[in-house]
Design a protein around this ligand. Structure first.
Ligand SMILES: [Zn+2]
Length: 265
């Protein structure tokens, strides 16, 4: 497609999405890694930039990496911190992009009720969104894997930087890890319940930057559909739910969001 045609088709799709948002009584948004790539945070699963495809991190990307592996827990934690430290720094420094900002404005204006996100980067909150449910936790808190004691990840990262050893708990000497849901781990049931409260009210779900591969994010839009709600998907690649969605746009998220915002004003 020529660029002028692409531009025209994005404009048309954006106008349709704006109309759906205006007609909806309870629109919600489900976001994934694609929303944060314009803020410089790599999509962990993308084959080109995916952190988890680097050789040394492969061990940790296996489902249940913390439980099933040939490595001892000590070795796993050292590996985890070696890889995770760099990513942690990147996430902490990242700034929200235009898509995060538009979503925050929509919440203030009553256009968007809530966000359910797979992202652990807190960029929605940094942009000003308040009603955010983090189904994979967030990378700003840390916890002891043994006693559950909580820490600020920032402080724990400082310790790692000083000693170059996986940090351990002051109370029980257990390993400390970020409070995020890793591959093969489950979202806490309280968080699922919070998400369901939103999902059950939603008559429209705008799915942004998620390939809808990982549970539970891939199931939430299915529930919206089953209950009679509508779906809109904006992502850089196709998803399994494209065929049951009202509008599907495969283009840059910030670009499409800007167009929808223009169409709404
Ligand atoms: Zn502890």
């Amino acid at each position: 497609m020529k660029d002028s045609e692409t531009k025209k088709s994005i404009k048309q799709d954006a106008a349709r999405i704006a109309a759906l948002l205006t007609d909806s009584d309870y629109p919600i948004c489900i976001t994934g890694a694609g929303v944060s790539t314009d803020s410089g945070i790599p999509d962990f699963r993308s084959p080109e930039t995916g952190l988890w495809n680097q050789e040394e991190a492969k061990e940790l990307s296996k489902p249940g990496a913390f439980r099933i592996s040939e490595l001892t827990l000590d070795e796993k934690m050292e590996l985890f911190w070696r890889v995770g430290y760099k990513l942690g720094k990147k996430i902490m420094k990242a700034k929200p992009n235009k898509a995060h900002k538009i979503l925050a404005d929509w919440e203030k204006d009553g256009i968007m009720k809530s966000i359910i996100t797979q992202n652990v980067d807190r960029l929605h909150q940094k942009a000003g969104s308040q009603n955010v449910i983090e189904i994979h936790g967030n990378a700003f808190e840390a916890k002891c894997m043994f006693c559950g004691g909580s820490y600020r990840l920032k402080d724990v990262m400082r310790r790692y930087k000083r000693k170059k050893r996986a940090p351990w708990c002051d109370v029980c000497a257990g390993f400390i890890r970020p409070n995020v849901v890793m591959f093969g781990e489950s979202t806490p049931s309280e968080t699922i319940q919070e998400a369901l409260v939103e999902i059950k009210q939603a008559d429209l779900a705008l799915v942004l930057g998620s390939s809808l591969i990982v549970y539970p994010a891939n199931y939430l839009p299915v529930i919206v559909r089953k209950r009679g709600g509508k779906l809109v998907i904006i992502n850089d690649q196709s998803t399994d739910l494209d065929k049951v969605s009202e509008v599907v746009v495969n283009a840059s998220i910030t670009r499409v969001m800007k167009e929808i915002n223009k169409a709404l004003n």
